[in-house]
Design a protein around this ligand. Structure first.
Ligand SMILES: Nc1ncnc2c1ncn2[C@@H]1O[C@H](COP(=O)(O)OP(=O)(O)OP(=O)(O)O)[C@@H](O)[C@H]1O
Ligand SMILES: [Mg+2]
Length: 474
């Protein structure tokens, strides 16, 4: 069994299929051959009987029985038929063979002619050595056609050699046909399985190269709609996703390192200046310390954000509970107003909806959106927030009337560390992780985030979450 399993799939499939085909062909060929053999024997027996009947019927047994038997035997004998007339005691009364080319009759067989003597009209049997088989037919010899008196038995025999020759040719043709079919089936099966399975070995090679670390490898099968084609394209798709994920991760780490390095370099520079004696000048010492403090604040915010981002994938990070949006937004509005300083924050309430969500995550998402709105509006700007029922989803949104987002930035603003106007944004302390965090939190809730904006006309960011539990239209 283990040897069978060690064979390649290609050989196993072919062997199985050719084996089944051989079994089927052998059974079918055997049945056909057997049927044909029977047909030949029965038709020969029928022919003998048909030829004999008029001869026997024509000769009535009147007068000398021996002479009658002699004539009968002679008339029944031909180039392929031998005739014997057998007396009830088993002795041969007459034999028809006179010419050398006429076949020799086999000796009477008591086991059979007794049946004919008893009145059986259908005694047929084969006899003789293998190289000289004969078909023998026994007919009761009656005093009148169909009469009750049986005078003896007429034995007709014909050599089976011609039939055997036909059968042998038949066997040869069948055997050769089956062999050729099996050969063709083996070749076809091997070709078919190897062409069907070739993509699999290609995939194995690709897998091995990928395992060695080269994620750019693809199976790249030419378009084919069968199972293997679908497997190969699913495989390529999966590797492409993996490669993208790995690249994103590498970019993420590089960006994170870069973000850490910038404030660290600034702090180090300030410390060096301080150590070189600037601490003696209280004014510049205070300026440098304040600068360092700002950088440290930035660093700790960055590390918080990174930690938050890393936690989101874990299932325990989100603790869902019912959140009634009306009271939630009213409480949040107070925080938003503190954050917005000289800007106006107004609430546009939606219907009474109770969401099943993590309130801390909701606060964090809205906080980030309001923070962005504040960063990108001038003093006196207006920030509006609210929620709405949208089909089977609920939308939480924050809009502002600030500078808006440039079209070339729109596709990228959700990428970690992406900042629209990097220098200004960094001056404002942003690291470009805010929207990435919001997106990750929205996705952890089974929702998504979208943005619409025109440069100079403000921006509107919406978080779409699965429907709330109760919706009471106002
Ligand atoms: N309301 C907005 N108006 C205009 N531009 C925006 C707005 N919100 C986001 N952006 C653009 O999207 C970029 C990415 O925003 P994100 O919140 O991810 O990062 P950030 O605000 O720069 O930094 P962080 O949020 O980490 O402090 C911003 O740099 C800004 O260019
Ligand atoms: Mg932000």
């Amino acid at each position: 069994m283990s040897r069978w399993r060690n064979l390649s799939l290609r050989v196993r499939l072919t062997l199985l299929y050719v084996g089944l085909l051989a079994l089927l062909l052998a059974t079918l060929g055997g049945a056909l051959y057997w049927d044909f053999q029977n047909f030949l024997l029965t038709s020969t027996a029928t022919r003998l009987r048909a030829q004999a009947k008029p001869v026997i019927d024509a000769l009535m047994t009147t007068g000398d029985q021996r002479a009658q038997a002699q004539t009968l035997a002679r008339n029944l004998t031909s180039r392929d038929t031998a005739a014997l007339i057998i007396a009830p005691d088993g002795s041969v009364i007459a034999s028809g063979k006179t010419l050398p080319e006429e076949p020799a009759p086999p000796p009477p067989d008591p086991a059979h002619y007794h049946r004919a003597l008893a009145g059986d009209n259908e005694v047929t049997y084969e006899t003789g050595p293998d190289d000289d088989r004969q078909l023998v037919m026994l007919i009761p010899w009656r005093s009148a056609p169909g009469g009750p008196d049986i005078l003896g038995v007429i034995q007709l025999s014909t050599p089976l050699a011609p039939i055997e020759r036909i059968l042998w040719r038949q066997k040869l043709a069948l055997g050769l046909g089956i062999m050729l079919t099996l050969l063709a089936a083996t070749a076809g099966g091997l070709w078919l399985t190897s062409s069907a399975l070739r993509p699999l070995s290609r995939m194995t090679d690709t897998c091995e190269r990928i395992a060695e670390g080269d994620l750019s490898q693809r199976v790249n099968l030419p378009e084919r709609g069968d199972e293997i084609g679908r497997l190969a394209s699913a495989f390529d798709h999966m590797v492409a996703r993996l490669e993208a994920a790995f690249q994103a991760q590498r970019r993420f780490v590089a960006n994170a390192a870069h973000e850490l390095r910038t404030p660290l370099t600034a702090i180090r520079g300030s410390l060096e200046v301080l150590m070189r004696g600037a601490q003696d000048d209280p004014a510049s010492a205070a300026r440098l310390t304040q600068g360092m403090y700002r950088e440290v604040v930035r660093l700790s915010r960055l590390s918080e954000q990174l930690l938050d981002l890393s936690r989101i994938g874990a299932p325990a990070a989100i603790h869902k509970q019912p959140v009634a949006l009306t009271s939630f937004f009213e409480a949040f509005l107070a925080q938003a107003q503190l954050l917005a300083r000289e800007r106006t924050v107004s609430l546009e309430p939606g219907p009474d909806i109770t969401l099943f969500a993590d309130p801390d995550a909701l606060t964090e998402m809205l906080f980030n959106l309001v923070d962005n709105a504040v960063q990108h509006t001038t003093e006196g700007g207006v920030i509006t927030l609210g929620w709405a029922a949208k089909g089977d989803t609920t939308e939480l949104w924050v809009a502002d009337d600030g500078e808006g987002i440039a079209p070339q930035d729109l596709p990228h603003i959700f990428e970690p560390f992406y900042r629209g106007d990097a220098s200004r944004s960094r001056r404002q302390g942003g690291s470009g992780l805010g929207l990435a965090l919001v997106q990750a939190l929205a996705q952890a809730h089974g929702g998504r985030i979208s943005v619409s904006s025109q440069p100079g006309q403000g921006a509107r960011v919406a978080i779409t979450l699965p429907a709330g539990m109760t919706v009471t239209p106002r």
